[in-house]
Design a protein around this ligand. Structure first.
Ligand code: FES
Length: 62
């Protein structure tokens, strides 16, 4: 699925950038070798960042 249509950047590529420590849309764009155009994808990238951070958090022991 494309996250950034302007630059044809797919979700796998964005996820890889996030997993490599890129924690804001500007950094993700740079990691993907693109620059934002319309900016419509920034919110989706932010959501992916928070979602992947939440998924990576350890579950508290009971
Ligand atoms: S959709 Fe990403 S810059 Fe336009």
């Amino acid at each position: 699925m494309y996250v950034c249509i302007c630059n044809a950047v797919c979700s796998d590529r964005v996820a890889e950038a996030i997993d490599n420590g890129h924690n804001d849309p500007e950094s993700v764009y740079a990691a993907c070798g693109v620059r934002p155009n319309c900016g419509m994808c920034a919110e989706t990238i932010e959501e992916m960042i928070w979602s992947r951070k939440a998924a990576a958090m350890p579950v508290p022991a009971e």
